[in-house]
Design a protein around this ligand. Structure first.
Ligand code: ZN
Length: 222
């Protein structure tokens, strides 16, 4: 090897070390941004504090690590998902607690109309296979009281979905929900961003125009 070759190798090595240091620093920063309330059981006081800056309809809180802290954008949209099952809120929380699932949602509604919070509205949930959408959206999983078929949801869950959308719009200054059937609207669906999912299923999809209409009627009537 000539002297010049040695110098190139050392430069390359130094460059690699510098890059590694930057990556390490970024990892440490990302970790330190994750609130210490994430990924563990919360005290009653912590639950009250967290609920106070999210929906007052929340009855169960378990904060998932599968999220970005904090997100980028202001909240302008609501995205509807279905659970593809009739899960208890605690069981969905346990699923979102697993880092290898790399999935979460802001809220979920079970078949009896109870509401869970897994990712605070101020943080970005990993829900819709679209960072751009999840950046601006509050995402909601709804339980199915019929598994398969049209993936029906209970009347109670649907009514709670309306109320939760109204509450999210009011607190975040969203004047109305627009359902356009594609990603340009302010009411969006998982399947708009990912060809390989039918989420939220035929039943909820068939009622999205009605959902937007009823949410807007309630928003206008105060
Ligand atoms: Zn989904």
């Amino acid at each position: 090897m000539k002297e010049n070759d040695f110098r190139s190798v050392w430069l390359l090595l130094a460059g690699f070390c510098a890059a590694a240091a930057v990556v390490l620093a970024l990892c440490v920063t990302a970790r330190s941004q994750m609130p210490d309330t994430v990924g563990r059981m919360l005290t009653a006081e912590e639950t009250v504090q967290i609920t106070a800056r999210n929906s007052p309809m929340t009855e169960y809180v378990y904060l998932s690590p599968n999220a970005d802290f904090p997100p980028g954008d202001a909240i302008r949209k609501v995205t509807v998902h279905h659970m593809a099952g009739d899960l208890a809120l605690e069981d969905l929380g346990a699923s979102f607690a697993r880092r290898d699932r790399r999935a979460s949602s802001n809220y979920a509604i079970d078949s009896s109309g109870r509401v869970a919070l897994y990712v605070e509205e101020g943080n970005r949930a990993w829900s819709s296979n679209s960072l751009a959408n999840d950046d601006q959206a509050v995402t909601i999983e709804v339980a199915n009281d019929q598994v398969g078929g049209d993936w029906h949801v209970s009347d109670t869950a649907f009514e709670t979905l309306i109320e939760l959308c109204v509450d999210i719009c009011r607190r975040n200054g969203i004047p109305e929900l627009r359902y356009t059937g594609d990603e340009t609207g302010t009411l969006t669906l998982h399947s708009m961003f990912y060809d390989e999912t039918e989420c939220p299923g035929p039943y909820l999809k068939s009622r999205m125009g009605e959902l937007a209409g009823e949410v807007n009627r309630r928003l206008k009537s105060g």
